[in-house]
Design a protein around this ligand. Structure first.
Ligand code: DQA
Length: 146
């Protein structure tokens, strides 16, 4: 596992402002800095990307298949209904780990279902920003394609 891409979906650019009781007070920029630091500690390269647009996320998944060894994906609300993102994950061979800052199972009913989960290598939910670090560790350990 040499190069990881972290993709953040809709509304995650508003971290720090957005529902701080659920997502915390740290900003999106802080998250990006922490992810780059974590990657450095692990001795790997990491790019962090965010988009509010489904098609842009799909394009990024497609292009990442040629240049990255694994992906950490917080698809935001797309997690719960985007079959197009699910198909994009299924179409690429590099492993994708699903992450959520909040515990999606302890929230609204619609958040309890992930349409992308079945095509991901695994899922991590509920550990704040640590969810991303756990996903990076998981990719480093289990990221080899079957
Ligand atoms: C989220 C959980 C989703 O249900 C929500 O739509 C988000 C953020 C999380 O990180 O906890 O945008 O993915």
């Amino acid at each position: 596992m040499k190069k990881i891409l972290v993709i953040n979906g809709p509304n995650l650019n508003l971290l720090g402002e957005r529902e701080p009781g659920i997502y915390g007070n740290d900003t999106y920029d802080t998250l990006c800095e922490k992810l780059i630091d974590k990657a450095e500690e692990m001795g790997i390269k990491c790019e962090v990307f965010q988009s509010n647009h489904e098609g842009v996320i799909i394009d990024k998944l497609h292009s990442a298949r040629l240049t990255f060894d694994g992906i950490v994906l917080n698809a935001g609300a797309f997690t719960h209904y985007s079959y197009a993102i699910r198909d994009a994950i299924a179409a690429i061979k590099i492993p994708v780990v699903e992450v959520h800052i909040s515990n999606v199972f302890a929230r609204d009913d619609f958040r309890k279902n992930s349409v992308i989960g079945p095509v991901c290598k695994g899922s991590i939910s509920g550990f704040g920003f640590d969810s991303y670090y756990l996903a990076m560790d998981a990719l480093a350990k289990y990221g080899v394609n079957d």
